[in-house]
Design a protein around this ligand. Structure first.
Ligand SMILES: [Zn+2]
Length: 309
């Protein structure tokens, strides 16, 4: 579940606790988490080094441990970091533990085992080979606008597409669209400049606000959708029942009254037959993909494993 704001919060936590200390060893308790590196290799390459600084790209946290040596952490569905002194008990699901010369330890905790740890040499090369888009907090308005105008599909599917913009997952995409008062199934290519500006601002606001509150759901404003989404949830703005629909393969929660599709009246009447030509080369998730209400029984705060890029 960790999305951009959670990973940024982990980055700040790591920066505040674990930099500049000599790594005495690394304990690998569960090797599933290691990608393209063995436990022995991980220990050999990190031992004696220090974490110098860190960088976040979308949901990936990259920690520099020397020239051409970066530790990549991806938190999967349930990953987190915990910095412990020698008296504190290690969490049962601490999978990899970085031990420092001052007897403190940094644990990569991961209950559901979708997390990833890897060593990489070059951050730019990693971003390129994974075809990751620009980070949602670093993207400029003109880049954002170009992405929305170039790609056909529902605006929510584009926000979630990690090849176009990285860092936004299902929960925050719904929150951003709620704040922008935009229906998640709105065709992105039809958004006017004024809509794009509203959406861009909402993206920045939601992500930055969540980071400022350290993604503590108890502290999020009551006016946010996040606290109300789910069956029997009501719109915090107008009080009407929230709706759900599957868009881009994910369950969206929204308020039909507050979030409009933004189509012209004539288009609304004909919206079952889009005006554009069929057979477009680009993949699109159109309004037609918005199925009628199909609430998932699973906890709305959980993401499916296939969407963690
Ligand atoms: Zn409403």
């Amino acid at each position: 579940m960790p999305e951009l704001p959670e990973v940024e919060t982990f980055k700040r936590y790591l920066d505040n606790t674990s930099l500049h200390q000599r790594i005495t060893t690394v304990e690998v308790r569960d090797a599933y988490v290691l990608k393209r590196v063995s436990a022995r290799e991980l220990v050999r390459r990190l031992k004696g080094r220090r974490f110098e600084n860190s960088h976040r790209h979308g949901k990936h946290l990259l920690v520099r441990a020397g020239n051409e040596l970066w530790l990549r952490l991806h938190f999967g569905m349930t990953g987190s970091l915990e910095y412990l002194n020698q008296h504190q008990e290690m969490p049962k699901t601490g999978r990899v533990i970085f031990c420092f010369a001052n007897n403190r330890r940094l644990a990569f905790d991961d209950q559901r085992k979708f997390g990833e740890i890897e060593l990489i040499e070059d951050v730019d090369e990693f971003v390129e080979t994974r075809s990751l888009g620009p980070d949602a907090l670093e993207i400029s308005f003109s880049q954002f606008k170009a992405i929305m105008q170039k790609h056909r599909g529902a605006v929510k599917a584009i926000l979630l597409n990690q090849r176009l913009i990285v860092g936004i997952g299902n929960l925050y995409a719904d929150e951003i669209l709620f704040r922008a008062r935009m229906h998640p199934g709105t065709e992105a290519a039809r958004l006017r400049d004024i809509d794009l500006t509203r959406l861009f601002r909402a993206t920045r606001y939601v992500l930055e606000k969540a980071i400022a509150l350290k993604t503590d759901f108890n502290r999020l404003p009551k006016s946010w959708l996040l606290l109300h989404r789910g069956k029997r949830g009501r719109c915090p703005r107008c009080g009407r029942a929230l709706k759900s629909a599957t868009i881009g393969g994910r369950t969206s929660w929204f308020c039909e009254h507050c979030q409009k599709r933004n189509a012209e009246p004539s288009e609304r009447l004909a919206h079952s037959k889009p005006l554009r030509q069929s057979g477009a080369k680009t993949h699109r998730t159109s309004a037609a993909d918005v199925l009628h209400h199909r609430p998932k029984t699973a906890d709305n705060f959980l993401q499916s494993a296939g969407d963690l890029a």
